[in-house]
Design a protein around this ligand. Sequence first.
Ligand code: PLP
Length: 448
Amino acid sequence: NEYPTHDPEWVKDMHADHYLQSWSKQGGRPRVITGASGSWFWDSDGKRYLDFQSQLVNANMGHQHPKIVQAIKDQADKLCYIGPAMGSDVRSELAAIMNEITPPNITSTFFTTGGSAANEIAIRLARHKTGRTKIIARYRSYHGATGGTLSLTGDPRHHLTRADMPGVVRMLDPYTYRLPTGHTDPAHCPVAQGGPHLEELLMYENPNTVAAVILETVVGTNGIIVPPDGYLQSIRETCNKYGILLICDEVMAGFGRTGKWFAVDHWGVEPDIITSAKGINSGYVPLGTMSVSQELHDWLRETPLPGGLTYAGHPLACASGIAAIRAMQEEDTLNYATQMGARMREELAKLAEKHPSIGDIRGLGMFNGIELVKNRETREPLVPFAAKGADAKPMSDMMAFAMNEGLYLSFYSNVIRLTPPLNISEEDMMHGLEILDRTLEIADRECV
Ligand code: PLP
């Protein structure tokens, strides 16, 4: 069949009838996106949208960055695929770059097809290395959609697993805007301090049965939660005390999103394993990483890596990763994102003076969010946790309004995530914030 792929209505029909869309009821007829450049994308009607999400928080260098596109083209001409056990210039170069930009103790990397696959191998490795089974993960987390990683995920989507992976233990998050009942001061709250809360769990669980703690260094999907200073160090110390490995999931937080290569760099913490994906190559080709400490690498010289993938170290993915990281270095993207992120929070603070629905503004670098409430005093959330459908209406109405105005935003529960490309121009950022300002009037109407 020759298909009328140029016809947007046909594209929508096929999307509705034959394409299965992630995490959704099927049958939707979405906008058809025909192109993108920098911080913008546009649809088949020629309507342009400012991408304040960087798609799934992955287009860190924006859309169609010429250096990344060129690197993929060049690599495609040279060598599209070669099995993971073969030597390849791009594989070795990206592995060397990872050694250079990860924390000092991290020396070697397994390349995957995305974040889920990276976390999956990370927990298996932790279990093999320690000979223990349990993994401690947090409630406000998303670690992926595969069997193990969805079980680790605390977000209610993990209820979909039906047969959860055994051995998952949950801890609470250092969510200082909403501390556990009875607490008002993060400095005196064991959950916000980290180590004391973990110690308490370990007392019940038996530390000798716990292989690893996995956490998003800065929580992304579940509400942009930045840990208080000292939190990660405290978790690290407790892990050290009991021989538990620390896995930092930087799939969203890594590669400049917080203004550093990795969010752990803000606190100088050295995890045993760091996982990443998304921003490593702005998502142009599927790519993820599991990077391990020298100690784990030395152990892996004696013991086979307990996992593998046909596309581990895919040359097109590695070439795009190298180009993206080099572009970030050449364009000083980390410093730029730090400055623009701070600027964004300043502007958000001005919006908070106008909009009673803004309960909290938080973030690090270009990883920002606003938490919306019905009432600032009581902090009652604008919509309930993980609300869907009619319950989420003011949030979904805001997204629809913004989209209509040409601003692509995202939310989870009562938090709007603001994660534009790291290299967004100041003018574009201000334009997006101006639309956000008008969008927030919808939330203000819910205030009591
Ligand atoms: N970990 C975190 C923190 C994520 O945000 C995501 C995706 O959103 C994943 C893991 C899963 O990555 P992927 O969808 O590439 O498998």
